[in-house]
Design a protein around this ligand. Structure first.
Ligand SMILES: [Zn+2]
Length: 265
């Protein structure tokens, strides 16, 4: 069984402030360790139930956060960014049985994580077919595009709830609850045990329960915090300015939506 793990940091246990997600700040070291430990816990859970090969995308900021030597030898680690529109699930294809997301976080416009955002700090909101979209949804759809189900997520309570609405069969572990600029967290070691157990359960069941059917047509709307960025984005082929701060884009091909996102999010 070949598994793909996409790992971010803003939904890792304890992470509460941007300094803790910034490799240039002293606070970062502790949370890089926890991010790595949570990915290792997911790998261990997956290997317990038959994973023989695990690809991991380090999907936060520089893409250079995970401590590679701590990962099991059955893993391949993707560091940095290729520029491919699959972004946080780069190299995912139909050879994988399932996708897991670790350290994922609530979307831009949500109040469920002090660090809630979608892709970058310039975005106020992203929606797909009228539904506000997180990085989880954007990449769960990318996975569905190549026929791979998202079966497990760990992160803040808000993203776990959203995942359950999008994919009713998904396994999830909320490691923290965001309130204003605070987070109420599980103990970091307990989070590891629960991630490992949750991944085992998610992969033991029939993963096809998590298959997503993509809509036949996509309307993406991106609202920016600054009007000038919306104007610039409106020059992407097919995009149109909506009001002062937003652009609209329509396509029947989700890859074209991902192409847009890779240039304007
Ligand atoms: Zn991140």
């Amino acid at each position: 069984m070949k598994i793909y793990i996409s790992a971010d940091i803003e939904g890792v246990t304890g992470v509460t402030h941007w300094d803790e997600a910034d490799r240039l700040k002293p606070d970062y070291a502790e949370f890089r360790e926890q991010m790595t430990a949570e990915v290792v816990a997911a790998c261990e859970g997956a290997m317990q139930v038959g994973a023989t090969e695990i690809w991991i995308k380090d999907a936060h900021a520089s893409g250079r956060n995970l401590i590679a030597s701590r990962l099991p030898k059955q893993t391949r680690l993707i560091r940095g960014w290729s520029g491919h529109p699959f972004s946080m699930v780069q190299e995912l294809d139909d050879s994988f049985t399932a996708l897991l997301m670790i350290g994922y976080h609530s979307r831009a416009g949500s109040n469920a994580n002090p660090l809630a955002h979608t892709n970058s700090g310039k975005i106020a909101r992203v929606s797909i077919n009228g539904r506000e979209a997180s990085e989880l949804q954007i990449h769960a759809y990318a996975a569905a595009f190549v026929g791979v189900p998202l079966v497990f997520v760990s992160g803040d309570e808000g993203i776990c709830e959203e995942a359950g609405q999008l994919i009713p069969g998904i396994g999830s572990l909320a490691v923290k609850r965001g309130i204003g600029n605070a987070c109420i967290n599980l103990h970091p070691h307990l989070a590891l045990e629960k991630i490992s157990a949750g991944v085992q359960r998610a992969l033991q069941e029939d993963v096809s329960r998590c298959n997503l059917t993509l809509p036949g047509k996509f309307t993406a709307e991106i609202k920016y915090k600054e009007h000038a960025i919306a104007r610039k984005a409106s020059f992407f082929p097919g995009a149109v300015l909506k009001g002062s701060h937003a652009v609209l884009f329509e396509s029947q091909d989700y890859f074209e939506v991902l192409r847009l996102f890779s240039f304007v999010l």
